[in-house]
Design a protein around this ligand. Sequence first.
Ligand code: TYD
Length: 216
Amino acid sequence: MAGLFITFEGMEGAGKTTLIQKLAAHFSASGRDVLITREPGGSGLGKKLRTIILNAEEKISSSAELFLFLADRAEHIEDVIKPALEQGKIVLCDRFTDSTVAYQGYGRGMDRALLETLNGVAAGGLVPDLTVVLDLEPEVGLSRAKKRNAEQNLTVEEGRFEAEALIFHRKIRQGFLEMAQSGGRFFVVDAMQDAEAVFEQVKRKIENMPETEKQR
Ligand code: TYD
């Protein structure tokens, strides 16, 4: 596919949104067509699923939660991501398959090999060209996320995962770091740095990718 598919992973409060916006502004200014999207909630169906998934008031079993994320992904891939890549866009996606392995696998304790298989089905075999992992101490991420929620007057709907105990978030962090050890498409960035430093590192990484070079 002609485009570039970049996913952003990490815990709440790691600064994914800010980074994605800065990258989009940069690459748009240099003449590239950029699409910002996210999971859950990147498609029409996904928006409906997102309100169900993130509504912390209703209890959902771990497997029901998993299938909602997978349904969101399947639709997102078909309806949004694949068409954008076919049009040669740079797709910047806030969370993707690695969040499922980190949260449902490392966090909730579901079988990771099974999750990899299900992710493959939901993503139609599509693998990101690059996955940026924003890494930081869970304590820092959670206090940033809490501050953001308060500032934006977000309701409990945004809080199902943020309300989890610290130990859950430590498992998530460990999960992302373990996955990233395989190297390959992963690029781990220290998210304790200021937003500008994080942006510069990731921008340089993307500009030096062979896929980006090819498209010049
Ligand atoms: P969101 O508000 O988008 O979180 P953030 O701003 O941190 O990206 O909420 C998405 C939540 O869903 C987040 O806590 C991670 C979780 N999640 C999973 O558990 N599994 C998944 O497959 C995905 C995509 C997200």
